[in-house]
Design a protein around this ligand. Structure first.
Ligand SMILES: [Zn+2]
Length: 328
């Protein structure tokens, strides 16, 4: 799988950080041990000295050199043994003074032999996945980034409270709904003009409900009907998708009314809404239509189910996408 250069750079950065942290921690451990046990410093110096001395063998005759190197080797191993003995005395593990890399396979270099280490490959995968996730609407549309300041704090003549007050109530309702969600939660009908945050709040609920471990099916009405239609009139003879719509813990249909309405869509919608009501499973539907318009478009069988069984949250205000543009 090809990765973008930034992903490689980020992975390298993380590996460097892991390695540096492991080494810095090790230095601190050694310093601490040196302070509690002065003998350790002596043995350590002995080890360093033996390595330095061994270099002198270059100028010696081959016989003498071999003997000299052997002597330094024994000196070094004795010092190592002494250190181990010290650790035992303090009840510490034998590898106490070694660097603890998060990946012992490659010592956090990310390279094993001439290949990328498996920890490096995993890191690249995780980073690519994270990068993908950042673009997902679930990451962007959370309760935290729902901005009430986009809604006017002035009451319009026909309503008692300002759009901001109204939206504050809706927001707090949705937060509670998501936090307390279970398979017995009520169904919601989100109505109001386009660009008032219905999709944003639906997605914020979806994100929380998924976090809680429930199965959620979310899509626009248009896409749902297209899938259903493909399944119904396709060759597979399967009704897997329809079953998923009927059985998921939460079903969210966004922007009902934007699809091309046919007798098929009308009866499919009724079947889904009605079956889920009968099995007691919650559904969230958002639409720019009023209840009267729903009745005209889909029959009063459906609108009366909405009136009787759904909680209606009506969104107020001026198209916030327009306000965002004015701010830019
Ligand atoms: Zn590794």
């Amino acid at each position: 799988m090809p990765y973008k250069r930034e992903i490689f750079e980020k992975a390298q950065e993380i590996l460097d950080k892991r390695r540096n942290q492991a080494e810095a921690k090790n230095t601190a451990v050694m310093m601490m041990f040196e302070n509690t046990e002065p003998l350790y410093r002596e043995y350590k110096n002995e080890m360093i000295a033996s390595v330095k001395e061994a270099v002198k063998a270059i100028d010696m005759s081959p016989d003498k050199a071999a003997e000299f190197i052997e002597k330094q080797k024994i000196r070094n191993l004795t010092a190592q043994e002494n250190v181990k003995e010290l650790l035992r005395k303090h009840g510490l593990p034998e590898d106490y003074l070694e660097v603890k890399y998060s990946c012992p396979e490659c010592d956090d270099t990310g390279i094993k032999g001439t290949r990328l280490c498996s920890c490096h490959i995993q890191l690249l995968k995780d980073l690519a996945y994270e990068e993908e996730g950042k673009k997902s609407p679930l990451r962007i549309c959370t309760f935290d980034d729902f901005k009430l300041s986009y809604y006017s704090d002035k009451a319009e003549s026909s309503y008692d409270v300002s759009p901001r007050e109204r939206m504050k109530e809706i927001l707090s309702f949705c937060v509670n709904y998501a936090e307390g969600f279970d398979r017995r939660s009520p169904s919601l009908l989100l109505t109001g003009k386009t660009g008032l945050g219905k999709t944003h709040l639906s997605l914020a609920i979806v994100g929380k409900v998924i976090e809680k471990g429930y199965s959620v099916l979310y899509n626009s009405a248009q896409n749902f009907f297209r899938e259903l239609q493909n399944e119904r009139f396709g060759k597979s003879g399967s009704s897997a998708f329809e079953n998923m719509m009927l059985e998921s813990d939460l079903l969210v249909i966004d922007d009902l009314g934007a699809e091309f309405s046919t007798t098929f869509t009308v009866s499919a919608l009724y079947n889904i809404v009605n079956t889920r009501i009968n099995t007691g499973l919650p559904t969230i539907i958002s639409t720019n239509y009023t209840l009267t318009e729903i009745e005209n478009q889909y029959s009063n069988r459906i609108s009366s189910r909405f009136i009787g069984e759904y909680l209606n949250l009506h969104f107020e205000g001026k198209d916030i996408r327009q306000i965002k543009n004015e701010e830019d």
